[in-house]
Design a protein around this ligand. Structure first.
Ligand code: PEP
Ligand code: MN
Length: 370
């Protein structure tokens, strides 16, 4: 059950409603959204009539929870401002898509500084890089930890780029927070509910990656944990899922991007790097992601890709990154212009008896006649 108090509610009435719910032994959470303040009743309240809640003073609407993800569908921010290290950008909400780039892992001061400045020159707005690395093998490089975050912050400051980095446990959040502008939840941790709950208590944006075998609905439920904590700045990330296909590391599920954009108002970005696992595929997949409506890309980039400590095969060079940034502008710009034109112009139909010809058919019939 959700009780909406509308925009700028009477705080005294809100307190009275909270007291009434507590008296009825119902658990609840208050969430302040852009256009309304909501009380989400989290304990089972189906046996109460909706009338009991709608008559509470101050309540403007009562919504029964038909969905398990009311906040992920409607409650989060659709446009998120990311700022840090003297840089700032907006993501989502019909804006030109953003490109976030950087190495899989922070390796050294020289490496992260070189990648950051090259990524900046290529047109990336945010710097990614892992300091706590979730590696499949415990024998692989595990990341530089907090020292890596400090190096990344320095590189971000030198290039006015906010930084995005992964945290893997609730305990890592407080020490990492001074150095991170956007928290990343990795695919392996999408089901780490204690981590999600703690990120819900933060007031910094979170990029939530889809689990390797997670459904769209499970991704939205994971987002719901963060949103329910009051952190409304969740950015969803499609990064490929595990399928029977072996020619790529994972299968980039672009249909999930379109589905998420239809269902939810949260920004959606695409990580082609972990989806493909191969550098040659990053540019075409990036193009496709923008064409299907992604609000941004997050791409592993290295000044010497083959020497990357981790995920070397999928790292691209800064010059490929620059090409992708141009692709993003061209594709987004062309589709926007096309959509605006088709909204204002009348649909073209030919006067052929008994049939309606599409614009494309008319062009082809013109060729045939001439
Ligand atoms: C990463 O971004 O470096 C990473 C480990 O990604 P994922 O969690 O999607 O595998
Ligand atoms: Mn990686």
């Amino acid at each position: 059950m959700i009780l909406s108090f509308g925009h700028n509610p009477d705080l005294e009435l809100l307190e009275r409603a909270k007291a009434a719910l507590s008296e009825a032994a119902l658990d609840f959470q208050v969430v302040v959204c852009a256009r309304s303040t909501l009380i989400i009743v989290t304990s089972d309240s189906d046996h109460f009539s909706g009338h009991k809640f709608s008559t509470l003073p101050g309540v403007v609407k009562v919504v029964r929870l038909g969905s398990r993800t009311p906040l992920a569908l409607e409650g989060g921010r659709s446009r998120i401002e990311v700022s840090g290290n003297g840089g700032k950008f907006l993501i989502g909400g019909e804006r030109e898509p953003v490109v976030l780039a950087g190495p899989c892992a922070v390796e050294s001061f020289e490496q992260i500084s070189a990648v950051a400045s090259a990524a900046r020159v290529a047109g990336a707005q945010g710097l990614r890089g892992g300091a706590y690395k979730p590696r499949s093998s415990p024998y692989d490089f595990q990341g530089l930890g907090i020292e890596g975050l400090k190096l990344m912050q320095q590189a971000g400051q030198a290039n006015q780029m906010p930084v995005i980095s992964e945290v893997m446990s609730p305990e890592q959040i407080a020490p990492a927070s001074p150095y991170i502008d956007v928290f990343q939840v990795g695919a392996r941790n999408m089901y780490n509910y204690e981590l999600l709950k703690e990120l819900g208590r933060q007031r910094k944006p979170v990029v939530l990656k889809r689990g390797i075998s997670a459904t769209v609905d499970e991704l939205l439920q994971a987002a719901e944990y963060i949103l329910l904590g009051g952190n409304l700045q969740v950015i969803l990330c499609e990064r490929g899922i595990r399928t029977f296909e072996t020619s790529t590391r994972n299968t980039l599920d672009l249909s999930a991007v379109a589905v998420l954009k239809n269902l939810s108002n949260l920004p959606v970005i695409v990580d082609p790097s972990h989806a493909a696992g191969k550098r040659d595929l990053i540019r075409p997949l990036s193009r496709a992601a923008i064409a299907c409506g992604a609000d941004g890309l997050i791409i592993e980039t290295h000044t010497d890709p083959d020497k990357s400590y981790s995920d070397a095969g999928q790292a691209i060079t800064p010059s490929t990154l620059a090409q992708i940034v141009q692709d993003v502008r061209v594709i987004y710009g062309a589709l926007k212009t096309h959509d605006e034109k088709s909204q204002t112009s009348e649909p073209v139909v030919a006067s052929v008896p008994g049939s309606v010809m599409s614009e494309r058919e008319q062009i082809f019939s013109g060729y045939r006649q001439s």
